[in-house]
Design a protein around this ligand. Structure first.
Ligand SMILES: NC(=O)c1ccc[n+]([C@@H]2O[C@H](COP(=O)([O-])OP(=O)(O)OC[C@H]3O[C@@H](n4cnc5c(N)ncnc54)[C@H](O)[C@@H]3O)[C@@H](O)[C@H]2O)c1
Length: 433
């Protein structure tokens, strides 16, 4: 298939890197977004999101004329849809005794509808948004066939999920393996030809529903494995065991790889994608549902740990170190650290949070701009995120910066002997010893 023009719909963390990478390979790209602020920013040669290497790539693409932006899709050889697939904020599903979040597919629906007037025979449409199983077949095909053209016969249709890591997107987009699931083998092959323009990683073709499942399985696998680690932390507390020691010994087994427990699971992928299985097959997704419940309740477990360490929380001054959903990033979406802070506040604690990667923090949480300010009058310090700068703290120096002598470490980041020698009582998640 020849690609003289590509239309990328949705210019966020996925669509914009994809559009600029195609443009860098000499393909004329029309980038489409419904957000006028995004379009205006790009028209000025600037970008609205932070991602290493993206600004230069977009600037070069715009300057070369290979990337232009538009409010609406235009005629093209291929259409790539990379719009958000969040949850409904105000709706909860219920079935089979389970309550679950519901995927909001309105952006995918309207992006597909916007393609109808410009869809031509021989075109390729690819959905990249993370989606519930069967979205391509049950949602995309009926919409696109309103054009009068038949999917798989008159135009190609495929699903290809994105697996890039924020912070590494420009490199991983090119180097990662990619699965392309077509509604027909010809559609998958057309997808392979499209992405071969820049992808250096292995390209595997399959059917659309398999490709949808692959993406959801990857993140669900992680979620379930973190859930068992979190459950192990509770069991270790019960049985007077150090879970970190037990995990490190168990992992010496050549076929065992237990992940680390923590105060919960966050981010916009691992804590989100498993719900797509629960929503679409509540009668089957029992383990997945239970794992989600374990991980979503872990912030409550973390709260109890703090309560056990200092007694009543009412009026106690707590320094919360970190709000991000994982170490060394500024991403606070679905963060369990933020959940723990909210729970502490609900119990009457006076919390000062310090998040070095996002000092302004989140609404409803009192964030302070420095570590000093967070700890200088604290009764207790709670380590929620193992940012490198927290892990590297020297306990002797730290003892001079805070009156707190009680520490709760949710990440097993600090060596108990060193902190105890500096005068602290250190409580760790999953250490009932
Ligand atoms: N960001 C990641 O690291 C990542 C990784 C893997 C998969 N994904 C998935 O990729 C998809 C896109 O994620 P993202 O992070 O790029 O989202 P994003 O919010 O950064 O960007 C999406 C863009 O789409 C635009 N948009 C919304 N509706 C539109 C419409 N109808 N027509 C045109 N534009 C529209 C928005 O204005 C926004 O600019 C999601 O399904 C997400 O789950 C994201």
């Amino acid at each position: 298939m020849k690609f003289n023009k590509i239309c990328v719909i949705g210019l966020g963390y996925i669509g914009l890197p994809t559009a600029s990478t195609f443009a860098a390979h000499g393909i004329p790209v029309v980038g489409v977004d419904v957000n006028q602020h995004v379009l205006n920013t790009l028209r000025r040669g600037e970008i609205h999101i932070q991602e290493p290497g993206l600004h230069d790539a977009v600037e070069a693409a715009l300057r070369s004329g290979n990337l232009v932006v538009s409010e609406k899709p235009v005629e093209a050889d291929a259409f790539i849809i990379a719009v958000p697939t969040p949850f409904y904020e105000d709706r909860i599903g219920e079935s089979e005794g389970k309550q679950f979040k519901l995927a909001d597919m309105r952006a995918v629906t309207s992006a597909a509808e916007a393609v109808i007037p410009v869809l031509r025979k021989g075109n390729l449409v690819v959905l990249e948004s993370t989606s519930p199983p069967l979205t391509t077949v049950d949602l995309m095909i009926p919409i696109l066939e309103k054009s009068g053209l038949r999917a798989g016969r008159d135009f190609h249709l495929a699903y290809s999920p994105e697996r890039v890591l924020p912070g590494q997107i420009m490199r991983e987009l090119v180097e990662n393996a990619r699965v392309i699931g077509g509604v027909t083998p010809e559609s998958a092959n057309a997808g392979r030809e499209l992405y071969s323009i820049f992808v250096k990683g292995q390209i595997i073709t399959s059917d659309a529903t398999t490709a949808e499942m692959v993406k959801l399985m990857e993140n669900t696998y992680r979620d379930v494995n973190i859930a068992i680690a979190n459950e192990f932390s509770r069991l270790a507390d019960r049985f007077g065991v150090d879970v970190w020691e037990a995990i490190s010994i168990a992992n010496l087994h050549p076929r065992v790889k237990i992940l680390n427990p923590g105060p919960g699971v966050g981010g916009h992928c691992i804590s989100v994608d498993p719900w797509f299985f629960v929503e679409t097959a509540p009668d089957l997704a029992n383990l997945i549902y239970t794992s989600r419940s374990v991980n979503d309740s872990q912030p409550h477990y973390a709260l109890e740990l703090v309560r056990n360490a200092i007694g009543s929380l009412q009026g106690r001054r707590i320094a919360a170190l970190g709000l991000a959903f994982k170490p060394d990033v500024d991403d606070l979406r679905e963060s369990p650290a933020a959940d723990v802070v909210h729970l502490l506040q609900e119990e009457g604690a006076i919390v000062k949070a310090f998040e070095p990667f996002r000092p302004e923090g989140l609404p409803g949480i009192r964030c302070v701009p420095t570590l000093e300010e967070a700890v200088s009058d604290a009764d207790c310090v709670v380590l929620l995120v193992n940012h490198q700068q927290f892990v590297a703290l020297d306990p002797k120096t730290f003892a001079q910066r805070t009156p707190a002598r009680i520490i709760v470490d949710m990440r097993n980041s600090w060596k108990p002997s060193e902190w105890q020698a500096a005068g602290f009582t250190l409580h760790r998640l999953g250490v009932g010893k």
